[in-house]
Design a protein. Structure first.
Length: 338
């Protein structure tokens, strides 16, 4: 069983390995659930204590924390020469974040948004995914494209800093807090982040081991356990935010995570690789267009209406279901994509 690329319990086989995997799966589940509580509570406290909008906190601090798995997987893949894995992981995570995770969030808690703030960040997300597709049109992502995508990332971060400063200065309703609370809140944020990442890795690794042990095919494992693996932190954060009625934190996290995936992680992988990252034709004609369509459904109607609607959530979930179905049918040879 692999854990962050390292093989654990290599000497175990059969029933003993399945028992160990089951224990790790349960521990991973508990870590992600409790870590999600600590994580969202700390982020929400930070937003209230500083007066910075929860959408901005979700789009920056929370997003960086929850995209760590994608960053680690993609960078490790680029360093090992597996460029296709890096691209598939980053783009696949954006699609999963938007269709599945935002879909669930909007079905549960559709509502108003700050149109000005969301328009800029939603527009940057669309620019990022469309730009990534255009830059990959020759079936490779050039090293120089990193500077274009990093410019989008820089605009995103600067806009968040400016918005955060304005809100903090102009909001007289920020919660008064005891400075003695700060260390403990930071500690719980760090522990929550680590718990979600470790728990997610444990769930994925143990789930794969259990599935293989009971005879489930690698194709099904790949499109279920592994496909959702690196998006688990965003999913846990979203579900916890829904339970705690923190919709702005959830949506901000998803938008921010998607921008980080497309404008920071992939360009970084290209630079690490030292040469253009090869892009598979299937990525260009299928994965990228689905990603653009999903982001358009999530962003454009919201900018026009100034609020999310439940139908967007259902539409995103439908896109996810069709996307996954076509991937499986392509894998088993029923349909041909690309």
């Amino acid at each position: 069983m692999e854990f962050f690329g390292f093989t654990l319990f290599g000497s175990l086989t059969g029933a003993p390995l399945l028992i160990v995997a089951a224990i790790i799966f349960i521990v991973g589940l508990l870590l992600t659930i409790k870590g999600g509580d600590w994580f969202v509570d700390s982020a929400s406290w930070f937003a209230e204590a500083t007066g910075i909008p929860k959408f901005v906190v979700g789009a920056t601090v929370v997003s960086f924390a929850t995209t760590l798995p994608e960053l680690l997987v993609s960078v490790r893949a680029a360093m090992n020469g597996s460029a296709q894995l890096a691209i598939g992981n980053a783009v696949g995570s954006v699609t999963a974040n938007t269709t599945l995770i935002m879909g669930v969030s909007l079905v549960a808690m559709a509502g108003l948004v700050n149109r000005k703030s969301f328009s800029l960040k939603g527009g940057l997300l669309l620019a990022a995914v469309v730009g990534l597709t255009a830059l990959s049109i020759k079936l490779s992502l050039p090293v120089w494209s990193a500077f274009i995508l990093w410019t989008i990332f820089l605009v995103f971060m600067v806009s968040n800093v400016i918005e955060g400063k304005k809100s903090a200065q102009g909001d007289d309703t920020a919660t008064t807090f005891d400075k003695k609370e700060v260390p403990s809140k930071i500690l719980f944020f760090v522990i929550g982040t680590a718990s979600i990442i470790l728990g997610a890795e444990g769930l994925v690794s143990a789930g794969k081991t259990i599935a293989t042990g009971i005879g489930i095919s690698e194709t099904i494992i790949g499109f279920t356990v592994i496909a959702l693996g690196t998006s688990l932190p965003e999913l846990v954060t979203t579900l916890t935010a829904i339970r705690k009625k923190e919709s702005s934190l959830s949506v901000g996290n998803i938008i921010g995570a998607n921008i980080i995936d497309t404008t920071l992680i992939l360009p970084l992988c290209s630079v690490i690789n030292g040469t253009a990252l090869p892009v598979d034709r299937v990525n260009l004609v299928f994965d990228f267009p689905v990603c653009i369509a999903a982001c358009a459904v999530a962003v454009i109607p919201t900018i026009i209406q100034g609020k999310f609607k439940k139908w967007q959530g259902f539409a995103l979930l439908a896109i996810y279901a069709v996307y996954m179905l076509l991937l499986v049918l392509n894998e088993v040879g029923v349909v041909a994509i690309g």
